[in-house]
Design a protein around this ligand. Structure first.
Ligand SMILES: Nc1ncnc2c1ncn2[C@@H]1O[C@H](COP(=O)(O)OP(=O)(O)OP(=O)(O)O)[C@@H](O)[C@H]1O
Length: 320
């Protein structure tokens, strides 16, 4: 049979398509007895994207994560991980997971725990690479110590190394910093940013909103089992703005302010909505021009609503 050229053409076509998302889930539903935990949740995590899952206690975040990973059977809905149906065990081969409640074999050393998970994953990861993962989470000098003697924070760091050790393409972190001190939290932030650099997708469930705001490209907000909001930080938080306190503003100065962005003011308080994401705004140039036009500049403050303020608004049902 001469199926060769057709097959090659089909493979070529497939290879030219964009890669399937790291996570794709549609209309996930889960009830526990009479309680609805998850009520029609759909979202995606793109390859190399860092997505934060936010929401109040009991919103359904951990239930969603467990359904994605096949640890809880959904009542309805579909999951695809890295282009394979979630039911397919091969879908999970390239997924790293740090559970919310973690405990590792207390009689093993940190290095042995990693080696065990490498064997379970079926991926060949050389010893040096495993040690690198321990170093990445700050446990290089504890590799030979038994986990039973580790503090909670050290166990959570080990859990992060376990999630990362088998060269995952998707990492799911359920409250990865709950036991960590501020320095540890900063370390996890760096790890997540490094993963994104490597093109690894990350789904991050955290109550630490500042942490989510710093590392996530996109956010999915769950409330009472449903997606209450989803979008990039820019979409959810709106534009950056510049808040100024000015006196002596004449027509020329007002025109100069309006040229910098959409302008509103009340008394001495002026607000300029910066175009785009506001990163390129020439604030010193604006201030110098205003001073040149005889304006007295009492205060200049960059501003944007924080994710925390926005999240509270979403959960209270405010319109954006
Ligand atoms: N195994 C279970 N049996 C019964 N009810 C459950 C079970 N797991 C979760 N639930 C219920 O499902 C709802 C969602 O819980 P879930 O743990 O998914 O929320 P969460 O958003 O992760 O909360 P938290 O931020 O407090 O960790 C809650 O009402 C919870 O009581």
């Amino acid at each position: 049979m001469s199926a060769g050229p057709d097959l090659a053409a089909a493979r070529g076509l497939l290879a030219s398509l964009p890669p399937s998302p790291a996570v794709w889930c549609s209309d996930l539903r889960k009830r526990y007895g009479r309680r609805t935990a998850v009520d029609g949740v759909s979202f995606t995590v793109g390859r190399g994207e860092v997505v934060g899952l936010l929401g109040p206690n009991g919103a359904g975040k951990t239930s969603v994560i467990k359904m994605l990973l096949g640890l809880v059977r959904p009542d309805a809905g579909e999951v695809h991980l890295l282009g394979r149906p979630g039911r397919d065990p091969r879908a999970r081969e390239r997924v790293g997971y740090l559970p919310e409640l973690f405990r590792y074999q207390p009689w093993l050393t940190a290095a042995e725990v990693l080696a065990l998970h490498v064997r379970l994953s079926g991926t060949a990861v050389p010893g040096a690479e495993q040690r690198d993962r321990l170093a990445l989470v700050g446990l290089a000098d504890r590799a030979g110590d038994r986990v039973g003697g580790f503090s909670k924070g050290m166990q959570q760091r080990l859990g992060l190394a376990v999630a990362l050790v088998a060269r995952p393409e998707l990492v799911v972190l359920d409250e990865p910093t709950s036991a960590l001190d501020p320095l540890g939290r900063a370390d996890v932030r760096d790890v997540v940013l490094a993963l994104r650099e490597e093109g690894v997708a990350v789904l991050l469930n955290s109550h630490l909103i500042g942490e989510v705001e710093r590392v996530c490209d996109r956010v999915v907000v769950l409330d009472r089992g449903r997606v209450a909001a989803a979008g990039t930080l820019g979409e959810l938080l709106g534009r950056r703005e510049l808040r100024l306190r000015l006196t002596g503003v004449g027509a020329d100065a007002e025109a100069r302010l309006a040229a910098a962005g959409r302008l509103t003011h009340g008394g001495e308080a002026w607000t300029v909505e910066l175009p785009g994401d506001g990163e390129d705004a020439d604030v010193p140039g604006l201030v110098a021009d205003l001073v040149g036009l005889g304006v007295r500049v009492h205060a200049v403050e960059p501003g944007r609503i924080t994710l925390e303020e926005r999240l509270l608004g979403i959960l209270r049902g405010d319109r954006p």
